[in-house]
Design a protein around this ligand. Structure first.
Ligand SMILES: Nc1nc2c(ncn2[C@@H]2O[C@H](COP(=O)(O)OP(=O)(O)OP(=O)(O)O)[C@@H](O)[C@H]2O)c(=O)[nH]1
Length: 309
């Protein structure tokens, strides 16, 4: 709001800010509060007189005062107003020290040719809480959509996303990697002999064993009923075989401890450099084929294949 000839005097302005339905205050270019309405005083927990003539800094938490001073300076240097919705979200601080989120709209106003800023302030606590709640819910839904409910590992969807990213990185000239398909041998017998609940516990124990035995940088997922898959970035095919041999031995040890007769057949597909064959479908097909070679050879073994280039 810029009055062409300026406000007649401060009385006009103080009457105006008392009739508007928002908390409002007027500051000069030194950041001193020259006018404040009753709603603003109430919002910040002060008596009207306590804010008149005070520094604007009084209403801001210490940590953001400097940043805010820059905003005020910038505001006075431009002729642009900041309407509600396109204003700032700031932290305010009440007299009792409690900080809270506020939305601030700023407008230029002149009184006797002197520039002032009029700030309209809305308590944004509710908005902020709702926004935070929605953000948390979305984040939790996103996580759930990518997590296997039984083992807590990444699920098939997350695995394919990760594989896609690794392929993109390979294409960009970054690290080579190996993908492994891990299928449990004769898992059906666990369910048949011990029941489905015990089968679930076995899947959880096996998932933990795989995760613990892989490196921190490896990606581990459960992509089907008794099928797991891993991605091993920055490896040679030999490195991947060493890691997966550790996995095979560890799972065998854990399952034997529980009296479950389960082993693993593992197929590795190694990607050394990017080629037209480097797609999720092709990688999985090659790993699957390598895994089935092992199944036919009598199970409980690891077979590797290089992705054709
Ligand atoms: N308890 C439990 N069992 C599952 C789950 N998902 C799949 N299964 C079981 O996993 C078994 C997979 O059986 P098959 O595909 O015949 O494989 P297998 O018995 O491991 O035999 P091979 O792969 O040939 O060695 C089936 O009995 C499924 O019911 C699950 O979430 N929980």
């Amino acid at each position: 709001m810029v009055f062409e000839r300026g406000m007649k005097d401060e009385r006009d302005l103080s009457e105006l800010i008392e009739i508007i339905p928002d908390a409002a205050l007027v500051v000069n270019k030194d950041g001193k509060i020259v006018l404040v309405n009753q709603l603003a005083a109430e919002l910040f927990g002060y008596k009207h007189a306590e804010l008149n003539g005070a520094s604007l800094a009084k209403l801001l938490p210490e940590g953001i005062r400097e940043q805010h001073e820059k905003h005020v300076l910038q505001f006075f240097q431009t002729q642009q107003n900041r309407p509600m919705g396109r204003g700032f979200r700031f932290l305010g601080v009440r007299k009792n020290g409690e900080s809270f989120h506020v939305d601030i709209m700023l407008s230029h106003v002149q009184v006797k040719h002197e520039p002032y800023a009029i700030a309209f302030i809305r308590d944004a606590t509710q908005f902020k809480q709702t926004e935070d709640k929605i953000r948390r819910e979305l984040e939790s839904e996103r996580k759930q959509a990518l997590t296997d409910y039984l083992t807590g590992l990444a699920n098939r969807r997350a695995f394919y996303q990760e594989l896609d990213e690794d392929i993109a990185e390979l294409r960009a000239g970054l690290h080579r990697f190996s993908v492994a398909l891990i299928d449990l041998d004769d898992f059906k017998l666990i369910n048949d002999n011990f029941g489905h609940d015990e089968g679930d516990r076995a899947l959880q124990a096996i998932a933990n064993a795989i995760k613990e035995t892989c490196r921190g940088s490896d990606f581990v997922a459960r992509i089907g009923g008794d099928e797991f898959a891993t991605i091993h970035p920055s490896t040679t095919v030999g490195d991947a075989e060493v890691i997966l041999e550790r996995v095979r031995a560890k799972v065998l040890e854990v399952t034997r401890q529980h009296g479950w007769q389960v082993s693993l057949s593992i197929g590795i597909c190694h990607c050394e450099r990017y080629s037209e064959h480097c797609t999720v479908t092709e990688l999985m097909r090659v790993a699957d084929q390598a895994m089935y070679v092992g199944k036919r050879q009598g199970k409980n073994r690891i077979n590797s294949a290089l992705l054709p280039s």
